[in-house]
Every structure is written in structure tokens, then in C-alpha cells.
Ligand binder design. Structure first.
Ligand code: THU
Ligand code: ZN
Length: 142
């Protein structure tokens, strides 16, 4: 196995989130977002936002989480959120909670990096974005 530097992995993650953002279906908000998740396995899963006429959009992060779970993986290490706004957007409250599900399950924090076209970056830990996420309950890693 070829070991890549963290910078290279992050750049690959950003590129993949950007690619995904281009596939976003956002005719209502015209705000395209792409997300990329780096899993413990080293695999990367992506997602873009998908909007509907009921205005209940599937957020890029939710879509990426769904894809990861659908591929049998839940242990998320890093999340990239790629958008075209300045400053770049961080995950909303609902997505923070969804990420927190797996942060609690695997008992480690998740690094969240918001990035935009100008390569402005905001790096935060999920525990800073959602300090009191949920009372820990026993969960099975099924
Ligand atoms: N959106 C995301 O997909 N992720 C975020 O982190 C912020 C917002 C989407 C939802 C909606 O389709 C559009 O961006 C505008 O809010
Ligand atoms: Zn969200």
C-alpha cells in the first residue's frame, strides 16, 4: 500500500467534494454543495445536495453519509464541505447531528473542513460545532 501524506489526502478529498458539488441539483436555491467523507478504511465517499419542490433538500453531507452507510461504512474521520460562498459553509445543525451519530458510535471526534473555490478554509472539530450533541447511550456497531 502506498502511504499518502495528510496534505495529499486532504487535497484529494477537496477535489472529490468539488467534483460532487458540480453534480448538485439545486434549482431552488442555486446553492451547490459537495461533501467528501474520509473513512477509517481510507475510502472516500461523496455526496451533493439534491433539492425538491417541497424545499426539503437532501444536504450534501447527508447524501455522502447515506452513500457511506450504503457501502457498509460508518467510521467517518474527516468531512469536507465544498461550496461557492465566502466564507465557505459549515454543516447545518441537522447535518452536525447526523455526523455526531457516528462520532459517538466510534468514540472519536470528526474533523470538519469547509472550503470554497478561492480555497478559503475553515477547519473545526465536530465537538466544537456541536458541543453537547447527545447523551451517550449504548449502541451496537451493526
Ligand atoms: N446545503 C448543503 O447541502 N450543505 C450545507 O452544509 C449547507 C446547505 C444545501 C441545502 C440546500 O440545498 C442549499 O444548500 C441551500 O441551503
Ligand atoms: Zn445540512
Amino acid at each position: 500500500m502506498i502511504l499518502m501524506s495528510k496534505e495529499k489526502v486532504l487535497q484529494e478529498l477537496i477535489n472529490k467534494a468539488k467534483e460532487s458539488s458540480k453534480k448538485a441539483y439545486a434549482p431552488y436555491s442555486e446553492f451547490k454543495v459537495g461533501a467528501a467523507l474520509l473513512m477509517k478504511s481510507g475510502k472516500i465517499y461523496t455526496g451533493c445536495n439534491v433539492e425538491f419542490s417541497d424545499y426539503l433538500a437532501l444536504h450534501a453531507e447527508m447524501n455522502a453519509i447515506g452513500t457511506a452507510v450504503n457501502n457498509g461504512e460508518k467510521d467517518i474521520q474527516v468531512v469536507i464541505v465544498y461550496s461557492y460562498s465566502s466564507p465557505p459553509v459549515l454543516p447545518c445543525g441537522s447535518c452536525r447531528q447526523k455526523l455526531n451519530e457516528f462520532s459517538l458510535l466510534y468514540e472519536h471526534d470528526i474533523e470538519v473542513i469547509a472550503v470554497n473555490k478561492k480555497n478559503e478554509q475553515i477547519k473545526m472539530m465536530l465537538s466544537e460545532l456541536l458541543p453537547v450533541g447527545e447523551i451517550k447511550i449504548e449502541k451496537k456497531k451493526n
